[in-house]
Design a protein around this ligand. Structure first.
Ligand SMILES: [Zn+2]
Length: 396
C-alpha cells in the first residue's frame, strides 16, 4: 500500500470512528473530555498527516479517540496501520488494551485477538501467536478460518509440516476454500517435505504414504512425481520410475530438463536405449528445451560416432539456432580440427560457455526471482512451485 492510500484509509477510519464515537454516544463524552479537547487533538493529528508525519498522527488519533463500542473498529484499523508501518510494539499495545477492556463484544474481542496474533507474528513471537490462534480455533470462533491461515504460515516457517498439513486440511474442508489452488499446492509440498525426509532415512513405505497424500491435495504435483520416480529408481523399479517420469513430461513439460538424467539412467539399467531415443524423438516436435536435442545428439554419438552427432546437431541448429547447442557443436568439432583452428574454436566455446553460465536457470513466474537452483518455495515471494526452469527452446 502506498503512502497516499494509507493516509486516505487512516482519514476515513478516523473520521468515521470519531463521528460515530462522538455523535453516537453523547452521554459518554460529556462525562470525560469536552468537545474543544477532541477537536484540538483531531486537528493536531490532521496537521501531522499534512506534514507527512503519519506515526505522530496515528498516536494523536489514538489518544483523541475514546474507546467505546462505536470506535472499536477504528482502533482495530489504527492498530493494523501501526503494524504495517513497522510499529509492532505500539500495535501490540493497542490490541492488548482492546482485549483487556471489560464487556467487549465477542466478535470484536476475537478480531482484536486475531490482530494481536498477527502483531506477534510480525514481531517474531511465534509461540505467543500460535497459542492465541489455537485458542480461537478451539473456541470455534468466526475468526477460525483466518486463524487457520496464520497458523499455516507459522508452521511453514517453523517447518512443522504435519501441523501445517492438518491446518490446511481443516481450511480446505471449508466450502469457500475447497478449490483454493495455492493452498492445495502448499499442502502437497508439506507432504513432499515429509516424504523427502523419510526417503533420506530409507523409510520407503512412509515416504510413499506422504507422496500419496501429496497427490490427494494436488494430483499433478511435479515434486511428488519426481520424488516417487526417484524412490522407484533407488528400489530398482526402473519401469515404474520411467512411467512416473513420463507422467511429468506430459503434465509439466517445462520440467523436461530435470527428467533426462534419471530417464537415461533407468533405460540404461533396462538396456533399452532404443526406447529412450524413441521417446526423445517423439518429444522433439513439442518445441521442448534444447536439453532434449543435446541428449539425442549424445545418443547418436554413442551409437554412430562423433561425425554423425556433428551432422545431427548441425542440421538441427541450422533450423533452430541455440547457444547451448552451439557450445556442444564446438566441443565436438574441436578434436576434428587442426591445432590452430581447434585452439580458436576452443576459446570461442569458452567465451560462449561463460556467457551462458551467467544466465539464470530458473525463474519465479510470480515475482520474477531468478536463480541457478530449483527452489520449490520461492525465497523472494514465499510462494510454492512458482519457480520453473527457463526453457531454451530452439530459436532462442
Ligand atoms: Zn517468487
Amino acid at each position: 500500500m502506498d503512502n497516499l492510500s494509507i493516509y486516505f484509509l487512516l482519514l476515513l477510519a478516523v473520521i468515521a470512528g470519531w463521528l460515530l464515537g462522538r455523535l453516537g454516544s453523547p452521554r459518554i463524552h460529556s462525562k470525560t473530555r469536552n468537545h474543544s479537547d477532541i477537536f484540538q487533538d483531531y486537528f493536531v493529528g490532521l496537521n501531522y498527516l499534512l506534514n507527512d508525519e503519519p506515526d505522530e498522527a496515528i498516536d494523536t488519533f489514538i489518544n483523541a479517540l475514546e474507546m467505546n463500542s462505536e470506535t472499536i473498529e477504528t482502533y482495530l484499523a489504527l492498530g493494523a496501520l501501526l503494524r504495517r508501518r513497522g510499529k509492532v510494539d505500539k500495535a501490540i499495545k493497542v490490541h492488548q488494551t482492546l482485549i483487556e477492556r471489560p464487556g467487549l463484544e465477542q466478535d470484536f474481542l476475537d478480531s482484536a485477538r486475531l490482530q494481536l496474533a498477527i502483531d506477534y507474528i510480525a514481531a517474531g513471537l511465534l509461540d505467543r501467536a500460535e497459542r492465541l490462534l489455537n485458542e480461537l480455533l478451539t473456541e470455534n470462533s468466526p475468526a477460525k478460518l483466518d486463524a487457520l491461515k496464520h497458523l499455516i504460515t507459522i508452521y511453514q516457517t517453523e517447518k512443522e509440516w504435519e501441523k501445517a498439513i492438518n491446518c490446511s486440511s481443516m481450511l480446505l474442508a471449508n466450502a469457500g476454500h475447497k478449490k483454493d489452488i495455492e493452498l492445495r499446492t502448499a499442502a502437497a509440498h508439506y507432504c513432499c517435505e515429509l516424504g523427502e525426509q523419510f526417503l533420506k532415512e530409507d523409510q520407503h513405505s512412509n515416504s510413499r504414504e506422504q507422496i500419496k497424500r501429496a497427490f490427494t491435495f494436488d494430483r499433478h504435483n511435479v515434486r511428488a512425481s519426481l520424488l516417487l520416480a526417484n524412490m522407484e529408481q533407488r528400489l530398482g523399479n526402473f519401469k515404474a520410475a520411467i512411467k512416473e517420469l513420463i507422467r511429468i513430461r506430459n503434465n509439466n513439460p517445462e520440467f523436461i530438463s530435470q527428467l533426462l538424467g534419471p530417464l537415461a539412467e533407468c533405460y540404461e539399467q533396462l538396456e533399452n536405449m532404443t526406447e529412450y531415443e524413441k521417446l526423445l524423438t517423439n518429444t522433439l516436435p513439442d518445441e521442448p528445451d534444447v536439453s532434449v536435442v543435446l541428449a539425442l545428439s549424445d545418443l547418436v554419438k554413442t551409437r554412430s560416432g562423433d561425425e554423425a552427432a556433428i551432422e545431427y546437431l548441425n542440421e538441427y541448429l541450422t533450423r533452430k539456432p541455440s547457444l547451448t547447442g552451439l557450445v556442444e557443436l564446438l566441443r565436438l568439432q574441436i578434436p576434428k580440427s587442426d591445432e590452430r583452428v581447434g585452439g580458436n574454436l576452443n576459446s570461442l566455446r569458452q567465451m560462449v560457455d561463460s556467457l551462458l553460465r551467467k544466465k539464470p536457470t530458473y525463474q519465479c513466474n510470480h515475482c520474477g526471482y531468478e536463480s541457478k537452483n530449483l527452489y520449490w518455495l520461492c525465497p523472494s515471494c514465499q510462494k510454492w512451485e512458482k519457480i520453473k526452469p527457463i526453457l531454451e527452446a530452439g530459436g532462442s
